[in-house]
Design a protein around this ligand. Structure first.
Ligand code: NAD
Length: 428
């Protein structure tokens, strides 16, 4: 989220400018790609449960659709800003590009806090969002999906509103729907599993065995929980996770040196990924300050909560043992922190590569919906593994060949593909 000193869009533009300099992009292409192609701001008027009217602010940003329809999630967050949405839509463009799927980049949001809204009120916000943007989204223009604090039920309400207005069944309008209602098997697991597929490949490259490694993660939501599932299935040990405590309005880290137990922690976690402190203590976890997840003596760090978490101030606290950072969250590392990480020689798997599993599987969901034929979970996860591994290898080979930091290599591949598409269409 945007704070006084941090603006995600400025950071996304800074990262883009760096790639544009390396690629020596011409001025028109830079101007075109530095900002979203189009964006929408609108009011969503809701009748609250107590009968009062309340207005929520909604956004949609379509950063680029030169390679296919825009694609990206919708976030519900009390501190949502248009600049965060713009940044995330830009990162989606690079993500679909580096994953080489025929989609562009979009993102949406509503300034609201689902913690304080009834299900009926949330449904009204979902339907209101679609009513405001109906003419500008759709299976062939811009395809939304869930993101922070939105879930499959929200997607189904949005789809229902879209189909009610259009008078047609159009399940390809939105992804992340419940399985059995147009959702794809494997979508829930996809982002977290994708993060670990990149970790698996990085470990191979560094000639390390998963069973000899340990991990610490920030966040205990969708991405983090499935990352832990696959990593521990592969023999790795997670010793620390952190999460946000809604009641205390601060974050905590939960540590067990012998290795956390995923299912026991899931049993004491709410739907927003918040772990119950007292119950965790009873289960033998150390409950520590929210920032210490980053300082653990582990081999792998996975920030999987939110942006602007690894900064110049705390990057020096990363243990010298850390060999890999795989960014599950979008934008968790600032450009200043990147310099520190690069100097430390840590193998960085940048966000739009590491967490591309979600959008890859969303693409599979859309393909399945459009042909009305659904694949088995194994088929979905097999295809996901293929796509993630291919994208990872393309970036590492490029980085090795040109002696580049992984984030720079990923940016160059992604930006080059998009700028070529814009040029071939005659836009720049
Ligand atoms: P989520 O809402 O399921 O979980 C978020 C987790 O982060 C929760 O455990 C929450 O308690 C924790 N958290 C929030 N603030 C924190 C803080 N200050 N310190 C520590 N923990 C904190 O969200 P998610 O779907 O797991 O997404 C996490 C990140 O991954 C976001 O940046 C999101 O944009 C990105 N992402 C998600 C997907 C996806 O498919 N879910 C895909 C790509 C990227």
């Amino acid at each position: 989220m945007e704070t006084k000193s941090f603006n995600a869009f400025k950071m996304a533009q800074q990262q883009f400018d760096h790639a544009a300099d390396i690629l020596e992009l011409d001025e028109a292409t830079r101007d075109f790609l530095r900002n979203p192609m189009r964006e929408f701001h609108f009011n969503i008027s809701i009748t609250m449960d107590d009968g009062s009217k309340k207005i929520f602010r909604g956004f949609r940003s379509m950063h680029n659709d030169s390679r296919g329809p825009a694609k990206g999630g919708i976030r519900f967050h009390p501190q949502e800003t248009i600049d965060t949405v713009r940044a995330l839509s830009m990162w989606m463009t690079w993500k679909t590009s580096v994953a080489d799927i025929p989609l562009g980049g979009g993102k949406g949001g509503v300034i609201c806090d689902p913690h304080n809204l009834s299900l009926r009120e949330q449904e009204q916000i979902c339907r209101g969002w679609v009513r405001q943007i109906y003419k500008n989204v759709g299976p062939f223009t811009d395809i939304p999906a869930p993101d922070v604090m939105t879930n499959p039920q929200h997607m189904l309400w949005m789809l229902d509103e879209y189909e009610t207005i259009s008078g047609q069944k159009q399940p390809g309008f939105i992804t992340g729907k419940p399985v059995g209602m147009g959702g794809s098997l494997g979508r829930t697991e996809a982002t977290g599993y994708g993060v670990i597929i990149t970790v698996r490949e990085a470990l191979k490259k560094l000639k390390l065995k998963t069973k000899d490694t340990t991990m610490s993660l920030q966040g205990f939501g969708n991405v983090s929980q499935y990352a832990i599932e696959l990593y521990t299935q592969m023999g790795g040990k997670v010793i620390c996770v952190s999460c946000w405590d809604q009641k205390d309005q601060k974050s905590y880290s939960f540590k067990k040196e012998s290795g956390i137990e995923l299912s026991e922690l899931q049993g004491i976690t709410d739907q927003f990924g918040g772990i119950d402190k007292e119950k965790a203590k009873d289960l033998g976890y150390e409950v520590l300050d929210g920032n210490v997840w980053l300082e653990q003596d582990v081999d792998i760090l996975v920030p999987a909560a939110l942006e602007n978490q690894i900064t110049q101030e705390n990057a020096n606290k990363i243990s010298s043992r850390v060999k890999i950072i795989s960014e599950g969250a979008n934008g968790p590392t600032t450009p200043d922190a990147d310099k520190v990480i690069k100097d430390k020689g840590i193998f960085m798997i940048p966000d739009f590569l590491a967490n591309a599993g979600g959008v890859i599987c969303s693409y599979f969901e859309q393909v399945q919906c459009n042909m009305n034929y659904f694949w088995s979970k194994d088929e979905v996860l097999g295809k996901l593994d293929q796509k993630m591994t291919f994208a990872f290898n393309a970036v590492t080979q490029f980085a090795d060949k040109h002696d580049l930091y992984m984030r720079d290599a990923a940016y160059i591949i992604a930006v080059e593909r998009v700028s070529k598409a814009c040029k071939s269409r005659g836009w720049v």
